[in-house]
Design a protein around this ligand. Sequence first.
Ligand SMILES: C[S@@+](CC[C@H](N)C(=O)[O-])C[C@H]1O[C@@H](n2cnc3c(N)ncnc32)[C@H](O)[C@@H]1O
Length: 197
Amino acid sequence: MTVENEGKKYDLIASAYAEIRNSFATEQQYLDLLMNYLKPNSHILDIGCGSGFPIASYLLQHEFQITGIDGSKELLKIAKIKYPPMKTVCGDIRTLELNEKFDAVVEWWCLFHIPQQDHEKMILRFANWLKPNGILEFTTGDQEYEGKNSNMLNQELSFYSLDPKQYEKYLHNAGFKILLCESDQDQHLVWIAKYEP
Ligand SMILES: C[S@@+](CC[C@H](N)C(=O)[O-])C[C@H]1O[C@@H](n2cnc3c(N)ncnc32)[C@H](O)[C@@H]1O
């Protein structure tokens, strides 16, 4: 069964989401770690970039080139107004085609809207978007999980994670070397991996 693109649901709450997503939690320190692996002016793909804050905005401040992809055209409109140098592409991250390879791929708080059966495919897509030796930073839950809630601005959204062991296996099979996997907050893991095909 194909599950709807959750990005479209964010169209209904776009300005309110952009307003509440107004400060860093732990992202900054992990973006700093990512930047250590990159050359100046590298091109970074921000997956599920939302309004561009805080991921794209922070990377733009550090003079990287950013392409953001997201399923919410309303969030992308906000991103374009706030961060004009950012290139944006609207579509479902499970199917969208990009004819470009990147030095890094970053994903924060988006994979958890993708049904579990597509997570292996997403790791392969991350690999496919990277140049050899490119760096992936992404986030997951810390245990297998599937559920729905309306905690985000009363909009019902679906949430999914696999057991971290599954991500390890999928990363390994896709040609990644894991550089970091740690818990940055309750029930949440940050992964950094190098694509070494
Ligand atoms: C919780 S927000 C996170 C946004 C941003 N990364 C941040 O840290 O604030 C989740 C984002 O994923 C996007 N999204 C969810 N499912 C998607 C899908 N299947 N394809 C594209 N974007 C999707 C939503 O539109 C939304 O912008």
